[in-house]
Design a protein around this ligand. Structure first.
Ligand SMILES: [Zn+2]
Length: 280
């Protein structure tokens, strides 16, 4: 990636960023990226929770990033912009192909977002499936060499988003694209769905030891009131059934529990997603 010089300078001068999940609505996380002074928020579906957070930590909102058009990801945008004043309006980045009126910086696949005060460069990745125009943001620069992914409702820990608009083929291709990112990539998902996703995954792969360990860890985290996120790409490859549709254990789970017999990855992914849609 061609990194702007100022971003490199910020990186070289010891500029550390924090990624903080702010709980909102029923089970959303509004992620805040901050250097302790300036802040970017991702998918503010609720203005009140994020305004309180910014005020409590004396953070200045400098940009809003959106992944897709659903109300629980965009409904706080107008109030946030109004709160920040109209003299120097906060830029709103989001997918060009989705109808979101507040967007002032429309984005397409492979576009770069440069947040200068944070020394942050994000690459846009098209990830259709949950919605048709859904995008994700990827940053491979940070002080601790950890890449970061903000993926909205595409990938969750041990699960993936429902297909409201796209096809299974589109979602599988989107997940495949995310799986090409480094295993160390920290994945910042937009919902705390981990325990319910694990409950389903254990029906599919009851003998997956990594999943059993993750179940215990996630239960402890939630019991302590702590987020199970971020996860990582490497971890999800071990505990996320939707990323494991090439394995015989997944086909076996479908055959044993649903009497569905699949052959290829797409057929297996489609059957798995249909099962999850009706799983309680
Ligand atoms: Zn959504």
């Amino acid at each position: 990636m061609n990194i702007p010089l100022k971003a490199k300078l910020a990186y070289n001068t010891g500029h550390k960023l924090q990624y903080i999940p702010v709980p909102a609505l029923k089970d959303n996380y509004i992620w805040v990226i901050t250097n302790g002074c300036d802040a970017v928020v991702i998918d503010p579906g609720d203005a009140v929770s994020i305004i309180h957070f910014l005020q409590r930590h004396s953070l200045q909102l400098i940009a809003i990033l959106l992944t897709h058009h659903h109300a629980d990801h965009v409904d706080g945008v107008d109030l946030l912009i109004w709160m920040c004043g109209t003299d120097n309006p906060v830029p709103v980045y989001g997918p060009r192909s989705e109808a979101i009126q507040a967007i002032t910086k429309p984005l397409m696949d492979k576009d770069k977002v440069w947040i200068e005060p944070l020394g942050l460069v994000l690459s846009v990745i098209n990830v259709p499936g949950h919605t048709l125009g859904h995008i994700a943001y990827f940053s491979d620069i940070s002080l601790d060499s950890v890449p970061h992914l903000l993926c909205g409702d595409t990938l969750f820990s041990s699960g993936c988003g429902r297909l409201f608009e796209g096809t299974p083929k589109q979602m599988l291709a989107s997940l495949d694209a995310l799986m090409t990112l480094p295993d160390t990539t920290e994945v910042h998902c937009a919902h705390e769905y981990t325990l319910s996703n694990i409950a389903f995954a254990l029906k599919v792969e009851p003998d997956n030891e990594d999943l059993l360990i993750w179940h215990n860890q996630a239960q402890e985290l939630r019991a302590a009131g702590v987020s199970t996120l971020p996860t990582t790409i490497g971890h999800e490859k071990k505990v996320n059934v939707f990323l494991r549709v090439h394995l015989s254990s997944i086909r076996q789970g479908l055959a044993n529990k649903r009497h569905v017999y699949t052959i290829g990855r797409l057929e297996t992914f489609t059957a798995l997603r249909e099962w999850k849609n009706v799983f309680r």
